[in-house]
Design a binder for this molecule. Sequence first.
Ligand code: GLV
Ligand code: MN
Ligand code: MN
Length: 396
Amino acid sequence: MAIDENRFLADLHTLREFGASGVGKGVTRPAYSQADIAARRWLAMRMQEAGLQPQFDPVGNLFGLAQGSSLLMGSHSDSQPEGGWLDGALGVIAALEVARATDRPISVVSFQDEEGRFGVTTGSAIWSGGLNLSQADSLTDHAGVTLGAARAPMQDLAQGFVDPGQFTGFIEMHIEQGPSLDESGDLIGVVTDIVGIRDMVITFEGQQNHAGTTPMHLRRDAFQALSSFNSLINDRFRNVVTPQTVWTIGHVGLHPNASSIVPGRARFSMQWRDGDAARLIRMEDIIRTTAQEVADQLDLNLRFGSMLGLEPVAMDQGLQRALVQGAEHVAPGHWRRMPSGALHDATNVSRLMPVALLFAPSINGISHDFAEDTAEEDLVVGLRVLERAVSSLLAP
Ligand code: GLV
Ligand code: MN
Ligand code: MN
């Protein structure tokens, strides 16, 4: 199998040009944006040139299909609103490079909306049967656009959903997006498990009023509710969480968001992640009870949005072994087994077939930021490990 490092790196840089943004190598390529659709059209062309049959499904997942039964590899090509050039893109281009370097049966995929403009790993959740398409169509982004409306411009490309029965397994390569490999100096992470996640929108509704004339004791201030909720959960989680548990309020909308108005509404995202499904449930109880207590105390209305989530999953032992052998061959003594704290499409695909996940280091552990980066020689090490693992798995 003759992989071409220069072709691989050149394609990664070309993909980055779609939505290139910010300082350094950043990209802004959210799902269904013009840059995302243009990038997917370019990827479809590269798949065709590699001898794969491109197929878009109704939600914009793009497959490059080998004939007959094949091993599926890839990741996603949408980005966060401020994202890096490698998150998702690396796995898609590495899969493409391995597929076009061999005559063995490898199909390539770029899933849609992994970054959750509309939810959590939306495209692969729908494809794998974890999320029903008509329910998904009514999911909204933070600007109130529905997924149904957002995917409309891709319908001229859409064919049917790809039959997962043709794939024998799925391997995803990704950057780590955390500090472990960078700190230890290892070049490769072979992932054992991916954490579970819960994500829901919470809204406090009080009374919008004049910031100069409304006495403090008469206020029904939605921001004060959010602030108090945040302090309380940080305190109450203490007896429940481990050092690996994480939680984030990453999006806040205050209405009407003006200096001289007591805010009438606070709408915010509440996300929490852990490797233990039971702990995710205990955290949910704390979140719901605390929000209700705060709402009662400040005389506010409270609304919980629908809760999206994925369970923790273990990676397939056989596919892990192939990655370990590849890592030991290409980077002897410089790889480690590790869990993934980031979500990946592999979680959804594990409903359908055995899956595995391979990590390359992230410089300073930075990701979901324009500054995300990895040394190009480290990207090539990852590509070589992937190639080696696939060669052993698909040996004639
Ligand atoms: C995926 O990007 C995640 O948020 O883990
Ligand atoms: Mn990703
Ligand atoms: Mn991401």
